[in-house]
Design a protein around this ligand. Structure first.
Ligand SMILES: [Zn+2]
Length: 274
């Protein structure tokens, strides 16, 4: 458990046990190493970690709902079906992403050294490739055991990519993964990591799997397809946690973006071949 506070020997102020230096006087904690706290935890105050998770989970849907009301009020025929989905998704992800950046902006300078070097990004690319391979392998295994068509999530994504490839690269390939990493890794995982590592891994992976599960699939077949695909999403979520824990946020964002960009590329290529 890393929820305690400790006393500064220099100025006596009480501060978060995960901080290596006193925020009041700047005195370094000589016994800091004993806590074995990974540098990933040294990011944000706890309440901001919780807020990131809430914004990413609930805020994204609330903003989406408001944008949908706005879209419905537009004159009939403004949007095609894919155009409507793209408009709502672009608006909600961009708005939430800006909101999240505003939330962490002040804390960022303290931790920018994690983003200043090339290494985390290169490790992110390598991780992205490894996670992609794992994802493809899991899909092959799942399809061998229980062959199903694509799940609803993937079908919607495909129609959007086909109609708007450039916006898709931007929203599904770059912003979406960044928002999900801020929500589930910097938010949820980092918070749970204070309880302990296994809890953080397990809970984050399962919730990550469940947000990709369509609870409104409607038909029995629809739910079966969702259930069959669930383990893959959970494992992929686990691997993003692993990359975040080992190499930091820049790495897990790049790994996630790599996966989404690759699947966009595959959809575009398969359309060109058709
Ligand atoms: Zn102090």
């Amino acid at each position: 458990m890393l929820f305690e506070k400790k006393n500064c020997p220099e100025c006596g102020s009480r501060y978060d046990v995960v901080e290596p230096t006193c925020p009041t006087c700047g005195k370094r904690d000589e016994n800091f190493e004993q806590y074995k706290i990974p540098s990933n935890l040294l990011w944000l105050p706890i309440y901001k970690q919780i807020l990131l998770f809430v914004i990413g989970l609930v805020g994204l849907n609330v903003v989406g709902f408001i944008v949908e009301i706005f879209a419905i009020l537009m004159p009939e025929g403004t949007f095609s079906e894919a155009g409507y989905t793209t408009f709502v998704n672009t608006a909600r992800y961009v708005i939430v992403f800006i909101g999240m950046l505003a939330l962490i902006w002040k804390d960022f300078p303290k931790f920018r050294r994690f983003f200043d070097r090339a290494k985390p990004y290169l490790l992110g690319l390598a991780g992205g490739a490894a996670i992609l391979a794992a994802n493809i392998l899991l899909n092959l295994i799942t399809q061998a055991i229980y062959p199903t068509p694509e799940n609803t999530n993937q079908q919607t994504v495909d129609s959007v990519i086909t109609a708007f490839p450039i916006i898709s690269i931007f929203v599904i390939g770059l912003i979406g993964p960044a928002v999900e990493e801020l929500t589930y890794r910097l938010g949820l995982y980092t918070f749970l990591r204070r309880i302990n590592k296994p809890v953080a891994y397990i809970v984050t992976s399962i919730i990550f799997g469940l947000i990709h599960f369509d609870f409104f699939a409607g038909t029995a077949t629809g739910y079966i397809i969702e259930l069959v695909n669930l383990p893959t999403y959970i494992v992929v979520g686990f691997l993003f946690c692993l990359w975040y824990e080992k190499f930091g946020l820049a790495s897990s964002i790049v790994a996630h973006q790599f996966n989404n960009l690759f699947s966009i590329l595959m959809t575009v290529i398969s359309n060109l071949v058709k």
